[in-house]
Write a protein that binds this ligand. Structure first.
Ligand SMILES: O=P(O)(O)O[C@@H]1C[C@H](O)[C@@H](CO)O1
Length: 383
């Protein structure tokens, strides 16, 4: 099969499947986490164990990177025991790629079974309290190209990935943000951690003084040339998203400033912080693994009927037939102390049924063994 990237209107579901099938045929690894590395930040992929590396030029229908600091290969491997796939280099619209090509890998990841997408990028700081070398946890984004019609979801909707109208107010997963903040504290790096809003522009020009000022007025804390489109597509296929923006330079917002943005400075700053960011992402991936593993391992011990009025922690495990060590985890996912309602059968009802937080529901749902409706007297695991 050809490895040249398809034109946008030929990015069909079958194209994504063909690329995913090819990758599946070349490696037995089945990653749950994908990481897209920004400019100069590809070193993260070097930390993976049992690496299987695919240069983009060998992957059917994959675009090629043309930017310095973007190596251009897909690396499968394990990080802290978690199977991951890492993009050493991403695609940008300023390279001449269209919106579907830029976001092509994200849909392939989704077909490969990825559930969580972690993105990094290099950006210019707009918030005057930020410093070069700070790492901003992205809490929200301004998809500037998208706001004026350049949204990768424009065109016929592909229902097999997601629904036509997508909510973006919860794009960056609050629980992953909390996990990242907690991890940064544990690593002792809070002093250069920020949390704020990333704005995507098309590039390749850096901002004029007035553009920089305008973006700040819009509410952006950093500005870059990537990420937002990938996040839109990731959310459309239901992936959980976590994003980090490394402030590599401050955007010039004074007319008489002598500072000039340049890509060499961007890459130089990434060198300064790359290890810190790698350490942070590694620890977060380990924690994501711990979130999932007990749920996978937990197996039904009883077939006792659900009794709908259990609400204490110690009852919880018996109730669902879960191993003792899983109980605190599930307990922490509870959103209410309401009694359980035993007759729910759909995914959206699943969380209510077990009194679990909304973000845990797809996870539990994806671990169901059958698509049979829940019978009210089954425990979670035996179902
Ligand atoms: O891929 P990212 O967003 O990290 O790269 C940034 C934006 C431009 O590609 C480049 C500008 O220096 O770095």
């Amino acid at each position: 099969m050809e490895n040249s990237s398809p034109a946008s209107n030929r990015c069909s579901y079958e194209d994504y499947e063909a690329t995913a099938d090819w990758l599946r045929s070349k490696t037995a690894q089945r990653p749950k986490v994908a990481i897209i590395c920004g400019s100069g930040l590809g070193g993260l992929a070097e930390l993976l164990h049992n690496k299987v590396v695919f240069p983009y030029k060998d992957i059917p229908l994959f675009p090629q990177t043309t930017v310095m600091g973007h190596q251009g290969q897909l690396v499968f491997g394990t990080l802290e025991g978690q199977q991951c796939v890492c993009m050493q280099g991403r695609f940008h619209t300023y390279e001449g790629y269209d919106l579907k090509q830029v976001t092509y890998p994200v849909r392939v990841f989704s077909l490969l079974g990825v559930k969580t997408l972690i993105l990094t990028n290099a950006s210019g700081g707009l918030n005057s309290s930020y410093k070069v070398g700070d790492i901003m946890l992205i809490k929200d984004q301004i998809n500037l190209p998208g706001l004026v019609g350049n949204n990768p979801l424009c065109g016929p909707n592909e229902d097999r990935f997601g629904e036509r109208f997508l909510c973006m107010s919860d794009a960056y997963d609050p629980d992953l943000i909390a996990l990242a903040q907690q991890t940064a504290e544990e690593q002792g790096i809070e002093e250069f951690m920020q949390k704020g809003v990333y704005c995507m522009v098309s590039g390749p020009t850096y901002e004029s003084v007035t553009e920089g000022r305008a973006l700040r007025t819009l509410g952006a804390d950093t500005v870059g040339m990537s990420t937002a489109l990938e996040v839109v597509v990731a959310r459309h296929c239901g992936l959980r998203v976590l994003g980090f923006s490394l402030i590599t330079n401050m955007v010039v917002t004074e007319y008489d400033s002598k500072q000039r943005a340049n890509h060499a400075e961007v890459l130089e700053t990434t060198r300064m912080r790359t290890q810190v960011l790698e350490g942070l992402v590694t620890k977060i991936v380990a924690k994501i693994r711990r979130e999932v593993v007990p749920l996978l391992w937990s197996s039904g011990k009883t077939s006792r009927p659900l009794s709908p009025n259990r609400t204490t922690q110690s009852d919880y495990g018996t109730h669902f037939g879960l191993r003792r060590d899983v109980v605190p985890l599930l307990w922490s996912y509870r959103k209410t102390s309401r009694p359980l309602a035993p007759n729910r059968t759909t995914q959206s009802d699943y969380g209510t049924h077990f009194g679990l937080r909304r973000d845990v529901v797809p996870l539990l749902w994806s671990y169901r063994k059958t698509s049979r409706p829940l019978a009210p007297n089954r425990t979670i695991q035996s179902d």
